[in-house]
Design a protein around this ligand. Structure first.
Ligand code: NAP
Ligand code: ZN
Length: 352
């Protein structure tokens, strides 16, 4: 075991503060990674503040962070895929049972014994796993991803959650040329969704509550921008969407979007608001529409997404911050004031 620096929350109401944590020494299948950048996902905030107390109660101290890119410090003797000095990435999962049908299908996110990157039972050290707001991490090689050489590292970090969480449902629901696709909420996930839907050839409409994001939305690849608080603008799109991805972090009226689906259209929730959303039955019944959800994505598809990003030169639009500004960043997330992902430069932790 060794000690490493990190930032942690001690309770739902406390700020994140510097701390020291223990990591395991790498076993023969492990890779030890020096973390260079870690994105800030709204899930980090939900979890640090115990907003998912029903489904995933937070164990304190909590060290968030699941959008990790870094450089390999050491690779165990049995590791074949990485060597010291290679770039490497880690997303929302660090282990699973590897034997169930979900794992065998490469869909580890559905494994009943998945280990998420933070706030999940740690098989090695006991207690819970600690995430990427830290100097280094030790992860089994099967859960370590390759980053294409041509992409910017600070902008690559958010691909590990915001990227795969939006790419996966679009592939699953057949987003392609000729489809009309809506994206609700232009935050970290939403802006990646716009980029992917555009790259996949769809006609993309972004729904935002922030009128000041209109120009950016068009630059990111949206064909149309709808200010969702304007009901006349919303009505113009009634019954016209093949697919809508809802990436909103807070309570909102999902029925307004269900009404915009065409017959047999699907709306997929990736946003995970603290409180349940109310769904009006008739919106779904008339039009045989579907409401679904999607969590992150499996390891093979995450690598596919990273390779897709390398090929299409896609990264997140990031505001790089030092770790000392993490609490300020959380406050800004709650005001929808991020363009469009915070990426923590982890060198700031080492120089503390
Ligand atoms: P984010 O960057 O904070 O973006 C959320 C966006 O939602 C905001 O930028 C805003 O967009 C919109 N929004 C916020 N409050 C709103 C309100 N009251 N009414 C309507 N719109 C509102 O968050 P994120 O990191 O993209 O995460 C989004 C959600 O996805 C979070 O709940 C997160 O936990 C969840 N998530 C789920 C998965 C998964 O596996 N399914 C993975 C990662 C994250 P506009 O300014 O454009 O309106
Ligand atoms: Zn996330």
């Amino acid at each position: 075991m060794y000690k490493t620096k990190a930032y942690s929350a001690a309770s739902p109401t406390s700020s994140l503060i510097p701390t020291t944590i223990t990591r395991r020494d790498p076993t023969e299948h492990d890779i030890q990674i020096e973390i260079l950048f870690c994105g800030i996902c709204h899930s980090d905030l939900h979890q640090a503040r115990n907003e998912w107390s029903g489904a995933m109660p937070t164990v304190y101290p909590c060290i968030p962070g699941h959008e990790i890119v870094g450089r390999v410090l050491q690779a165990g003797t049995a590791v074949k895929t990485f060597k010291a000095g290679d770039l490497a990435a880690v997303g929302c999962m660090v282990d699973s049972d590897r034997t169930c049908t979900d794992c065998l299908d490469g869909l580890e996110q559905f494994c009943k014994n998945v280990t998420l990157t933070y706030n999940f039972p740690d098989k090695h050290l006991g207690g819970v796993t600690y995430g990427g707001y830290s100097d280094s991490i030790v992860v089994d090689e099967r859960f370590v991803l390759r980053i294409p050489a041509n992409i910017n590292l600070a902008g690559a970090a958010p691909l590990l959650c915001a990227g795969i969480t939006t790419y996966s449902p679009m592939r699953h629901w057949g987003v392609t040329k000729g489809k009309k696709v809506g994206v609700v909420g232009l935050g970290g996930l939403g802006h990646m969704a716009v980029k992917f839907a555009h790259a996949l050839g769809a006609h993309v409409v972004i729904f935002t509550t922030s009128a000041n994001k209109k120009e950016d939305a068009l630059r990111l690849g949206a064909n149309e921008v709808v200010i969702s608080r304007n009901s006349d603008e919303m009505k113009k799109h009634a019954g016209s969407f093949d697919f809508i991805l809802d990436a909103v972090s807070a309570d909102h009226d999902i029925n307004a979007y269900i009404e915009l689906l065409r017959r047999d259209g699907t709306i997929t929730l990736v946003g995970a608001p603290e409180k349940p959303l109310a769904v009006a039955a008739f919106g779904l019944l008339f039009g045989r529409r579907s409401l679904s959800g999607s969590p992150i994505g499996g390891i093979p598809e995450t690598q596919e997404m990273l390779d897709f990003c390398g090929k299409h030169n896609i990264t997140a639009d990031v505001e790089v911050i030092p770790i000392q500004k993490v609490n300020e960043a959380y406050d800004r997330l709650l005001k929808s004031d991020v363009k469009y992902r915070f990426s923590i430069d982890m060198a700031s932790l080492r120089s503390e």
